[in-house]
Every structure is written in structure tokens, then in C-alpha cells.
Design a protein around this ligand. Sequence first.
Ligand code: IPT
Length: 268
Amino acid sequence: QTLGLATTTLSLHAPSQIAAAIKSKAGELQFNVMISMVEQPGAAAASAAVQSLLAQRVDGLIVNIPLETAEVEAVQTACGSVPVLFLDVSPDVSANHIVTDSASGADIAVAHLVTLGHRHIALLAGPENSVSARLRLEGWQRSLAQHQLAPVAFMRGDWSSLSGYQQVSQLLRDEQKPTAILVANDQMALGALRAIHEAGFAVPQDVSVIGFDDTADSACFLPPLTTIRQDFRQLGEASVNGILALIQHEDTFTALQPVSLVERKTTA
Ligand code: IPT
């Protein structure tokens, strides 16, 4: 039997590590995985990727592409009787999904910085067209408000380390330096570390940085990155187990993927 994985670009660390985890779990269970990758954001490219997998008669589909709720319904309809499990959608969708607990991730990150005494916190969010980027941002804002804080600066990157570098370089040129930056993923945090270093500041003495993901490389950043961990191996396993349950006629499958704080050397 064959599973289909429709995924956002594998040039990003998180989706590639998720795909690797899905592939290896499926392999253990003697399932093939066919991968179709989209390079453009948006529903049209996502539908094309899904169609190409359906044309190859996959038994079930995992979709790791950011999709708005209306787009989820369209993909679901296109799949007909082939079960489909979504990984990057709002936790409110009725379709089958496993999504990261962004709200807890944001709470844990904000609480960590607040406990260290930070009051001047900047936000580096992910792209506007990404559901998970928006959920992380909303979580930070809600959580900061609960601590009677408002962000001192706001930036948006495209998940890449280069965008993190550019946004934080700009921030440190233009504005008052925050004491800490909440970053929506580890790749942008990598770029942020370089920008802070080049501006002549030290991490964490002058500026603390906290990421989101805990990709495999994050422990080797300089300094090693403090981050909110999504366990990609576990997410891959849960996705394969979920889609197999659906193929074996389970009606629905929804789960919230837990996150945890990994405290390394970029926060103080
Ligand atoms: C999400 C990652 O956290 C982020 O770093 C980026 O790679 C994004 O994917 C790409 O879409 S993880 C996803 C399961 C929400």
C-alpha cells in the first residue's frame, strides 16, 4: 500500500524533517510514501499536488501545506473516499488533523522570557499566508497581554534564515534594542543570531533569542538555541498512525501535537 505526502517546500528544515520522519515510520510498516512538493503558496498549487498523488492511486494522503479552512474543505472534497490528514491547518477545522499546540508554545516561550525579567520583547513572525505563523503570533500577543506587556517591535519573515537576518539587522539599525526576541522558527532565529552579532551585541547578555521548532541543527547554532520543541519524529509517527487508522475505516482523527521548552544558551 502507498501513502501520499503533499508537502510545502522541502528546502525548509521543519517540513523536510517531518517528511523524513513520515517516510521512515511508513517504511517500518512496509508502506511506500510518494511525495509531491508545492513551491508556491496557495490553494491552486496545493490542489495540483493532491491531484497528482490521487492520480497515482494512493491509499491515504497526509497534507503538510498551510491551508485556510475553505481550502481544507476543497481538498477534502477532491479526495472523495481517500482519507486525508492535514498537518498545517487551524485546530478548529472539522477535517482530520494533527496540529502543533501553538497556543501552549507561545505561552511557554513568553513565560520563559518574563520569568527571566524581560519587558522589552520584539516579535519576529512567519509569513502572513501561513496558518501556523498566524497562530504563533496570536499566541504571543495573547500571552504578552496576560503579562500586561505589549511587543516593542514587530517584524515578519518568510521562515528562511536570510529573512531573519535581514529583519533583525533592520530592527537593530532603526529602533531601540529589545532585550529579547520571540522568533517563529529556528531558521529565522539563526539569521537573527548573526544580525545581533554583527551589530556588536552579545546573545544572551544584550539580547535573548528564543526560537520555535527545535530542528536537528539548532543545538549547533552559536550559541546553542533555546527553543520551543515540536518533536518531528513523533509528529511523523503520529501522522502515519493517524492515516493508517483512517484507511482502516476509523471515522475521524484529530490530535494536538505537544510542545516543550528546550533551554539552551540564547536566553538569560
Ligand atoms: C512549520 C515550521 O514550524 C516552520 O519553521 C516552517 O518550516 C513551516 O512549517 C513551513 O510551512 S511546521 C508545520 C507542521 C506547521
